[in-house]
Design a protein around this ligand. Structure first.
Ligand code: SF4
Length: 284
């Protein structure tokens, strides 16, 4: 894990769930024996994005709501390297929701970690589409009129191949979820319920602790789509966590690309042979 260390101090608030997710990512990669130079870590804009200089490895920190396109593009250019994309509920269920839709239906072979603190934390606690309806927030003290977007129902409606849910207070479980997600063949959607003690006063660390349960403790069949969808949606009394659904047979987007069939090299190797010197001279 120390290989992923950084001398940059963390700037998250005390008690922020990002500390747990940050630790779990490092531990999962270490247990998978993936070194910092063997992974690409991509970050959207948000409090979680401050992880980009606190975790070593190849990193790309891009525009708000756009982490999925550049993470997927990098993966398709070099499919040999695992790619983990981090995004918040604000960015990825509003500005970037179209990218999420097409990543799931395309089955791009990346891991997507949704830092789900149910608000825009970095910009001081505005309501996101996943903020619970009726909750007063910093810029909407009377709450917002919109209904909460049913995120899990929405994700399952797109026929995903991997859906998991973790909780920032349970590092061992997050590690197991992330290891399964990184090794998944296609798009792995990981909903991390993240405590935000500064702005989220409803789904607090203690509230989550009291409501989550691990599906691995029972007889859960991760190949049963209908049951996985049902327990993912029903959060009325308890919240299911763990790997909820996985289709191991569905080929990824890259595997379905006809022009790539029987080609042993990857696009980055093919591009590396091209001399762009003359072209660059014309540009300057
Ligand atoms: Fe964490 Fe919330 Fe503070 Fe952001 S505002 S660093 S999400 S506790």
């Amino acid at each position: 894990m120390s290989d992923f260390g950084s001398s940059n101090p963390c700037t998250w608030c005390d008690g922020c769930g990002n500390y747990g997710i940050w630790t779990a990512v490092k531990r999962a990669l270490a247990e998978l024996k993936i070194p910092p130079h063997g992974v690409l870590l991509c970050y959207d804009v948000g409090c979680h994005g401050n992880m980009s200089d606190k975790l070593s490895g190849y990193r790309f920190h891009g525009l708000h709501g756009r982490v999925i396109p550049f993470a997927s593009g990098a993966k398709l250019a070099n499919p040999r390297i695992p790619v983990i994309a981090h995004g918040g509920d604000g960015a990825c269920f509003s500005e970037g929701i179209g990218h999420l839709v097409h990543a799931i239906r395309s089955n791009y072979p990346i891991t997507f970690i949704l830092h789900n603190n149910a608000n825009y934390g970095l910009t001081t606690g505005q309501a996101s589409s996943l903020t619970w309806q009726g909750q007063p927030m910093n810029t909407s003290p009377n709450s917002i009129p919109e209904a909460t977007l049913p995120s899990m129902d929405f994700v399952f409606s797109l026929n995903p191949t991997f859906v998991a849910r973790g909780f920032s207070g349970n590092i061992p479980q997050m590690v197991e979820i992330l290891k399964a997600a990184v090794q998944h063949r296609g798009f792995a959607f990981v909903d991390m319920l993240q405590a935000c003690p500064t702005y989220n006063k409803f789904a607090t660390h203690n509230w989550l602790l009291e409501h989550v349960y691990d599906v691995a403790e029972g007889k859960h069949d991760t190949s049963d789509f209908a049951n996985a969808r049902a327990i993912a949606i029903d959060t009325s009394e308890r919240i299911s966590t763990g790997v909820l659904y996985q289709n191991m047979d569905a080929p990824s987007f890259y595997e379905r690309l006809k022009p790539r069939e029987n080609i042993k090299t990857v696009p980055t190797e093919e591009v590396a042979k091209v001399d762009v010197g003359e072209f660059m001279k014309e540009m300057v």
